[in-house]
Design a protein around this ligand. Structure first.
Ligand code: ADP
Length: 404
C-alpha cells in the first residue's frame, strides 16, 4: 500500500509517499510560504532530481492540490491516480492526555485535537488544516493521526506533574507532555533490534538532538521521563530555544525590556539557545564548530554548555532507571556531529561507556561507538519519523480492515 505522510506546519507542508511493503520512499517534497506570495513546492521522485517550482498556494487546500498534482504528474509523478494512495498518515504535535497511540481520524478525533489546541496553538491548528484539506481532496481514503506526545503518556505522575498548585493540572491540564515521541519510540525500538535484544529488557536513553532537542528515558519499552514539557521549550539547550531557565527571568526581562510576556517568550523560542548563547553567531552546529575552531570563545562556551545539559539529563535518567544499558544519539546533531557526541560522552564515562574515535567519525549511519564489553552501549541510530508514521498508519488501517 502507498502511504502519504503529511507534516503540516502553519506555512509549510512536508510530504513523503512511502511504499509500506518495501518501506521505500517513492517521492518526497516540501511546500513553503503557503499563504504568501512566492509560494513554492520542492518535489523529489525516488532516483530523480529535486526540483523547485513556484506555485500559487493561497491556503493548505491549494498546497495539498499541488502535492497531488506533482505525485500524479506525467513527467515527475510516481503514481497515475489518487486511487494509488491507500492511506494518509498525519503528524500531529499535541494529543494532550486524550491520545496515547495513533488513531483513525473521524469527527470525534478532529474535535479532540481541536480541544487540546490551546496546548499547541502554533501547531495543532495547522495540523488540522492539513487533515481537513486531505479529507476534502481524498474522500474515502483512511486518515490516521500520529501524535508527538503519545509515546510519553506512560510517564508516571511524579515525572509529569509540575510543582504548581495541583488545581492547575486538574483545571487546565498543565503538566509535562513531552514531544518527539515518534522518534524516541522508533529509535529505541531500532537500537534494541540492532543489539539483538528485546526493548522490554533494556534501559535506553535516547538523545534526539536536532534543531529541537530532547532526551528520553525509555525504561523497559516505556517512556518514563523526557526533557520537554507542556511545550517544546523546556529541557535541553536547542538551536534557538533556551530550554530550562528560571521562570522568574520572564518577569525580570519584561521589566528591563518594557515588553510583554509574549515578547519575552518569543525571545526564549527564537533568539535564545545556541544562537543566543553564542552571541548571535548561528543556531547551526556546523557554523558554531567552525567558529570555535577559529578561536571564538562564545561559540566554544555554547557548545560546552549544550554538552553539559545533555550530559546532566543522561545522568539524571540513569538515576531514574537505576542505571542504563544503552545511550543512543539521533537527529541532525546526534547523527552527524561526532565532536559533540565526544563532548557529551565525557559526562557519561562514569556509567561505564566509551566512544571509539574512529567510529565516531561516521556520519548519519547506524553505528555502535562503544567498545565490546562496555557496561553501557553508546550508539547512533538515524531517526526516521516519516517511516514510523507510515508503519503506524498501516497498522491502524489493517486493523480496521480486519475488523470489517
Ligand atoms: P529538525 O529539528 O529541524 O528536524 P534536524 O534533526 O534536521 O532538525 O537537525 C538540524 C540540525 O542538525 C542543524 O541545525 C545542524 O545544527 C545540525 N547538523 C546537521 N548536519 C550536521 C553536521 N554534518 N555536523 C554538525 N551538525 C549538523
Amino acid at each position: 500500500m502507498n502511504i502519504l505522510v503529511i507534516n503540516c506546519g502553519s506555512s509549510s507542508l512536508k510530504y513523503q509517499l512511502i511504499d509500506s511493503h518495501s518501506e521505500k520512499v517513492i517521492a518526497k517534497g516540501l511546500c513553503e510560504r503557503i499563504g504568501s506570495e512566492g509560494a513554492c513546492i520542492t518535489h523529489t521522485p525516488a532516483g530523480g532530481e529535486k526540483k523547485t517550482d513556484t506555485v500559487p498556494m493561497p491556503d493548505h487546500n491549494a498546497a495539498i492540490q499541488a502535492v497531488i498534482a506533482k505525485l500524479t504528474d506525467s513527467s515527475v509523478g510516481v503514481i497515475t491516480s489518487l486511487s494509488q494512495i491507500g492511506a494518509v498518515g498525519h503528524r500531529i504535535v499535541h494529543g494532550g492526555e486524550k491520545f496515547n497511540k495513533a488513531v483513525l481520524i473521524d469527527d470525534e478525533v478532529i474535535s479532540a485535537i481541536e480541544e487540546v489546541s490551546d496546548l499547541a496553538p502554533l501547531h495543532n491548528p495547522a495540523n488540522l488544516i492539513g487533515i481537513r484539506a486531505c479529507m476534502k481532496l481524498m474522500p474515502g481514503v483512511p486518515m490516521v493521526a500520529v501524535f508527538d506526545t503519545a509515546f510519553h503518556q506512560t510517564m508516571p505522575k511524579e515525572a509529569y506533574l509540575y510543582a504548581l498548585p495541583l488545581s492547575y493540572y486538574r483545571d487546565y491540564k498543565i503538566r509535562r507532555y513531552g514531544f518527539h515521541g515518534t522518534s524516541h519510540d522508533y529509535v529505541s525500538r531500532r537500537a534494541a533490534e540492532i543489539l539483538g535484544k528485546k526493548r522490554e529488557d533494556l534501559r535506553i536513553i535516547v538523545c534526539h538532538l536536532g534543531n529541537g532537542a530532547s532526551v528520553t528515558a525509555v525504561d523497559h519499552g516505556r517512556s518514563i521521563d523526557t526533557t520537554m514539557g507542556l511545550t517544546p521549550l523546556e529541557g535541553l539547550i536547542m538551536g534557538t530555544r533556551c530550554g530550562d531557565i528560571d521562570p522568574a527571568i520572564i518577569t525580570f526581562l519584561m521589566n528591563k525590556l518594557h515588553c510583554s510576556a509574549e515578547e519575552v517568550l518569543n525571545i526564549c523560542n527564537k533568539k535564545s539557545g545556541m544562537l543566543g548563547l553564542s552571541g548571535g553567531i548561528s543556531n547551526d552546529f556546523r557554523d558554531l564548530s567552525k567558529a570555535a575552531e577559529q578561536g571564538n570563545e562564545d561559540a566554544e562556551t555554547a557548545l560546552q554548555a549544550y554538552a553539559l545539559r545533555v550530559g546532566k539529563y543522561i545522568g539524571a535518567y540513569a538515576a531514574e532507571m537505576d542505571g542504563a544499558d544503552v545511550i543512543v544519539f539521533t537527529a541532525g546533531v546526534g547523527e552527524n556531529d561526532g565532536p559533540m557526541r565526544r563532548r557529551i560522552s565525557n559526562y557519561t564515562e562514569f556509567l561505564g561507556t566509551s566512544v571509539d574515535p574512529e567510529k565516531n567519525r561516521i556520519r548519519g549511519e547506524e553505528v555502535i561507538l562503544s567498545a565490546p564489553g562496555d557496561k553501557v552501549v553508546t550508539m547512533v541510530v538515524p531517526t526516521n519519523e516519516e517511516l514510523a508514521i507510515a508503519r503506524q498508519t498501516l497498522e491502524i488501517v489493517e486493523t480496521k480492515q480486519n475488523a470489517v
